[in-house]
Design a protein around this ligand. Structure first.
Ligand SMILES: [Zn+2]
Length: 443
């Protein structure tokens, strides 16, 4: 629920958006969960006398970050199996343990993930997983914003059983959450190597019936491209194009392996891309051609991917990695500047997920914001707030998060749920997973 009240929020610095200059000694007027006005503190205080004021002091208020691709509940697998190729990691570790997945695991894993994301200033995320109604429940309970969908596969899922049930589940979610202010349901076929053309057809036609967006992993590794060529005689982008699915409602994760022509195809079709640099680096998949995609006009967003292949959900550090990796690879420090990376992590992410009134702190936009504590040695001095956010800030420096005008974290404390409970439940679940793996390895 959005807060049904008006109040002024004041801070030493407010960065309204990636393309705006910071406002020194600034204030925001928030009404019914939305930004009503933005300006200098003195000006707003005199324009709105008698309104309640919350002065946050020596902090920087910035638009909440958007994690455009993750599998939040996979916090339960953090550090379970590292340093392996994607297919080995998936088929020998993740899929076998996931075959025992339970709704409580998904619920507590997601709750811990929301705690972690809030602590890096994330107000909105895109989630694909199994037992997704339990992630949705977490989103409802914690007050965060999200675009969510049940992962769909050719093979039976521990979440819903056969594919037809997964499609039915997705359809019921599309109906039930059609008008939710903070939740968007997306149709989420997992990838072209786990979904046949027939499965993809069913998924895309369901999305079309409900005007929903579609999210899938695409062109993540050269293995995937080779496999796609072998099975269908086409690279993944051409495969989707031939099926008629390369369209504006498509949001793809990774897009590491792209040719120049494929980048053009994505741009022409209006497909958005979730760039997940740390996961791609950790799994040795490579580095996405972000500067080329941006030059071609592709909408690029930023995601952490699941915490089992990253291994954190810190979008601040993801921004830094995204910027640094391109500079290093190209031996050019001017590539992917801080302002551009911040755009991907805010406004572009929000738009790709269908939240067009998020990602900026301007009148008419949702009051989705984060508060960076500036009274710290690692964030002093403030020559340029954008530089601090992208190159210096770490998750722990975020002391407040507001979604739709409601504080979810304030002065470093989470207000809508018990973070310690989530931590201890996930620790218990990790013991269960260890027992399961021990049983599997004894003949
Ligand atoms: Zn993923």
């Amino acid at each position: 629920m959005a807060e049904k009240r008006e109040f002024l929020l004041a801070a030493a610095l407010i960065l309204p958006a990636w393309d705006r200059e910071p406002v020194k000694d600034g204030a925001l007027l928030i009404k019914d969960g939305r930004i009503e006005a933005l300006g200098q503190r003195e000006e707003l205080f005199s324009r709105y006398p008698g309104f309640p004021v919350e002065d946050l002091g020596e902090v920087l208020i910035f638009p909440g970050l958007v994690n455009a691709h993750t599998h939040a509940s996979m916090t339960i697998f953090r550090g379970l199996a590292d340093d392996l190729p994607l297919m080995t990691w998936l088929h020998q570790y993740i899929f076998p343990v996931e075959s025992h997945l339970k709704s409580e695991w998904v619920y507590w894993g997601a709750k811990l993930a929301v705690a972690e994301m809030l602590r890096s200033g994330v107000t909105c995320f895109c989630d694909m997983y199994l037992f997704e109604p339990w992630v949705i429940r977490v989103v409802e309970e914690t007050g965060v914003r999200a675009a969510l969908g049940e992962g769909l596969f050719d093979f039976p899922s521990p979440g819903y059983g056969p594919l037809e049930e997964g499609l039915k589940l997705t359809e019921s979610l599309l109906k039930n959450f059609a008008d939710h202010p903070r939740i968007r349901i997306m149709v989420m076929p997992h990838a072209v190597y786990t979904c046949s053309p027939e499965t993809l057809k069913k998924a895309f036609s369901l999305a079309e019936r409900y005007g929903a967006r579609v999210h899938l992993h695409l062109s993540e590794t050269d293995d995937e491209v080779r496999e796609c060529l072998k099975r269908y005689g086409k690279r993944p982008v051409a495969h989707l194009k031939e099926l008629g699915f390369l369209q504006e409602n498509l949001h793809i994760a990774h897009a590491v392996e792209l040719t120049d022509e494929e980048i053009e195809e994505l741009s022409r079709a209006g497909v958005s891309v979730a760039h997940c640099p740390e996961s791609n680096l950790k799994l040795g998949s490579g580095v996405a051609r972000v500067p080329e995609m941006l030059a071609a006009g592709v909408r690029v967003t930023l995601g952490t991917d699941g915490p089992a292949s990253n291994n954190d959900l810190d979008l601040l550090s993801e921004m830094r990695t995204a910027a640094l990796i391109q500079k290093g690879l190209r031996r050019d420090p001017t590539v992917l500047p801080a302002r551009e990376v911040f755009r991907l992590a805010t406004e572009e992410g929000a738009r790709a997920l269908g939240f067009s009134r998020c990602g900026r702190l301007e009148p008419g936009f949702e009051a989705d914001l984060a508060v960076l504590d500036l009274a710290r040695p690692d964030l002093t001095p403030v020559h340029d707030p954008l530089s601090l956010l992208v190159y210096s800030a770490r998750a722990g420096a975020v002391s407040g998060v507001m979604v739709a005008g409601r504080w979810l974290m304030r002065k470093g404390r989470l207000l809508t749920f018990d973070e310690e409970e989530a931590r201890s439940r996930v620790t218990e679940i990790a013991h269960e997973i260890q027992d399961l793996l021990a049983k599997k390895s004894t003949p």
